[in-house]
Design a protein around this ligand. Structure first.
Ligand code: CA
Length: 670
């Protein structure tokens, strides 16, 4: 039998003995995303040039971390497609399309992206937006097994990468914006058989609790929380410690966001916004640390977790580090869950600090908008001070590098909240007149900022920062060449000096980058590769901020660079012509009511104020905008369902759709 792509847990544990490969999502089980390769270094990086590129066949945001083993690069792209590419030449060896139906676009809060696959003993293990986990033959791309991990009657989606944990694979899911109960599941790698499942929030007590852990968690909830699912979905980050045999799960926000709706008598609502340690073999609960008790702001703790051994106060500590959305950087003892330290990495106004006696954040007096009933601008907003874009830890500099940002949002309880069968069910009313909003204090400066931050995790202090033009940028890679690589929203892949933050090299990528770069070597040549492609939730939602100049576009490609690569990209395509908009129609009441509906149902993909981020169609220039009949064929009848545009007739009447059209036409004439 062929031993192609024959990765197992021992090989990942010994990854440093074969630095030319990138064997696991975070390269190693500790997810440090630091490579020992140093051919590309502070002295040679100036000669880094494009080696090859391969075009991807979607125009959506790309977030994948490829795996590289034995000369082949395995990646995923939007719509859960899986690719095998010759890592030396860029030749596409095969692509597998799991045929995710278009309706799943609107059943996902944040786009159809995928963050990558795992490779194990000749198989590529990947998950699909509609909840399937599948194993493909690494040589041929043929399906070996496929299991459904979710109830497809509910809005569970998977965008995260599965991780190998010993002889099993673990996968979570998303959906807390719609009303689901989060869980993670481990499957046998050989057969796909389910080995264990851990629910991140308790279910309906009337159904009986799965175990004592769920009973304990239920004591922190009030009311009929299970009717809204509860949330806590683990949609991105895991880490695995093979010595402790613990798998770490980062959990998400509550469903709906507002605790006043979800758990009206209060409560911490375990295990929302938590890091949970489970026995990797059995799935049994070991410990948890909750970053945001009683979350009400969409402050997930699903963000990247890095395991490292650090000397703290003279002791060698096995730590877990995370910068979740909420703006703090946490260092935990990963054997016990003990909080070692927590400090702010960005200015925030929902909490002042973490009380080290209790381990709990000290909230500001009016942060709970669902109790004050005021509309308040809070930072971070749901974009977080740091989101899914991976960090990196360099053992050589001792620093953690974090793609951080400032991105506030207006929070206001939707006092008329009713669950709907389609669209977001978050309980937050984004449609407040500006005069009624408690603004951000002046000391926060420009509302939206993005930067690369170098952070000392022992001293818990900033070492350097590099500001970016836009707030949403890519994940990170560090290398023994004393470099940190990052792609940016404004179409660049950049290399920085890891010690000083000095910008040493950049390439024009023609498209914004969200995914983290990786590095590998073939025949003595080091490559730096990244999956480029602008899009996904904030680029779509906040085009008003991220695409103010209208220059953003999605060109989805895998790009690979090496010293003296000599390659070139084809010329960047021109932006499409924009025809003049239809004439404004309807009175102020109609346009205003259309604005409210647009903001609830349409803005998450097509952008606040109908301004596209550059990846999805800008509705102000839509060919369907001119007549009610054409507009309704798409909006109510689903003419573009195969592209991911659902029919909204379950929540919008013909009059509603006409109001939405009036709003978009009004915005198109501004
Ligand atoms: Ca969320």
């Amino acid at each position: 039998a062929s031993r192609t792509a024959w990765i197992d847990a021992d090989r990942i544990i010994n990854a440093d003995s074969e630095p030319g490969n990138w064997l696991a999502h975070g390269r190693t089980f500790d997810e440090q995303r630091h490579s020992p390769l140093d051919q590309v270094n502070v002295s040679t990086v100036g000669d880094l040039e494009l080696a090859w590129y391969v075009d991807l066949d979607t125009r959506r945001g790309q977030e994948a971390t490829p795996i590289v083993v034995d000369g082949v690069l395995y990646s995923t792209s939007a719509w859960s497609k899986v690719q095998a590419v010759d890592a030396e030449t860029g030749r596409l060896l095969w692509q597998y399309d799991p045929q995710v139906p278009g309706i799943w676009d609107v059943r996902a809060c944040c786009g159809v992206q995928n963050r990558g696959a795992a490779v194990w003993q000749g198989r590529v293990i990947s998950a699909t937006l509609d909840g399937r986990l599948l194993a493909l033959n690494a040589e041929t791309g043929e399906l070996i097994w496929e299991v459904l991990t979710t109830d497809q009657e509910q809005s569970y989606t998977i965008t995260g990468a599965p991780r190998i944990i010993g002889d099993k694979v673990i996968i979570g899911n998303g959906g807390a914006e719609f009303g689901v109960r989060g869980y993670v599941t481990a499957y046998d790698l050989e057969s796909g058989e389910q080995m264990w499942r851990f629910y991140t929030v308790p279910g309906n007590p009337a159904d009986g609790f799965e175990d004592d852990t769920q009973r304990m968690a239920a004591e922190t909830w009030t009311g009929e929380w299970w009717t809204g699912g509860g949330g806590g979905t683990a949609w991105d980050s895991f880490a695995y410690d093979p010595d402790l045999d613990l798998v770490y799960v980062g959990t998400g926000n509550g469903s709906p966001w507002a605790r006043a709706i979800r758990s009206p008598g209060g409560g911490d609502n375990l295990f929302l916004s938590s890091i949970v340690a489970l026995d990797a073999n059995t799935g049994d609960y070991k410990w948890h640390y909750q970053t945001v008790p009683g979350d009400t702001w969409d402050y997930t703790a699903v963000q990247h977790m890095i395991l490292a051994d650090l000397e703290i106060d003279g002791d060698e500590r096995k730590v877990l580090m995370q910068a979740p959305k909420n703006g703090f950087f946490y260092v935990l003892d990963r054997a016990t869950g003990e909080l070692i330290s927590a400090e702010k990495i960005m200015p925030i106004n929902w909490a002042t600090h973490v009380d080290m006696e209790t381990g709990r954040p000290v909230e500001t007096v009016d942060a709970r908008y669902d109790e004050t009933l005021a509309a308040k601008k809070i930072v971070p907003g749901p974009a977080g001070a740091h989101n899914w874009q991976p960090m990196t830890y360099s053992p050589e500099t001792g620093l953690v590098y974090i793609p951080v940002r400032q991105a506030p949002a207006v929070y206001k309880l939707d006092e008329d909240f009713e669950r709907q069968p389609i669209g977001l069910n978050i309980g937050n009313d984004f449609w407040s007149p500006p005069g009624e909003i408690i603004d951000l204090p002046e000391e926060f400066g420009p509302e939206f900022q993005g930067m690369l931050l170098a952070w000392d995790p022992v001293a818990q202090e900033e070492v350097w920062r590099v500001p970016h033009p836009l707030f949403e940028n890519g994940g990170l890679l560090s290398t023994a060449g004393n470099l940190v690589f990052q792609g940016t929203a404004n179409d660049e892949l950049v290399a920085y000096n890891a010690t000083t933050g000095e910008k040493l090299w950049s390439a024009d990528t023609q498209t914004g980058i969200l995914a983290p770069p990786i590095t590998y070597a073939i025949d003595g040549e080091q490559y730096v590769a990244v999956v480029a492609g602008w899009g996904a939730v904030y680029p779509n939602f906040l085009g008003v901020v991220l695409n103010a100049d209208g220059q953003r576009m999605n060109i989805s490609r895998i790009l690979a660079y090496k010293i003296g690569g000599g390659g070139e990209l084809p010329p960047k395509p021109a932006l499409p012509d924009t025809p003049p908009p239809p004439a404004i129609f309807g009175d102020e009441a109609l346009i205003n009511s259309g604005g409210g509906l647009y903001t609830r149902y349409c803005a998450i993909c097509h952008g606040v104020a109908a301004i596209s981020g550059g990846a999805l169609p800008d509705l102000r220039h839509s060919a369907y905008l001119g007549t009610q009949e054409a507009f309704d064929s798409v909006v109510l009848e689903g003419a573009l369902l195969n592209k991911g545009m659902a029919a909204w007739d379950a929540v919008l009447s013909a009059d509603d759709a006409e109001a939405v059209r009036a709003f978009i036409v009004f915005m198109a004439n501004q």
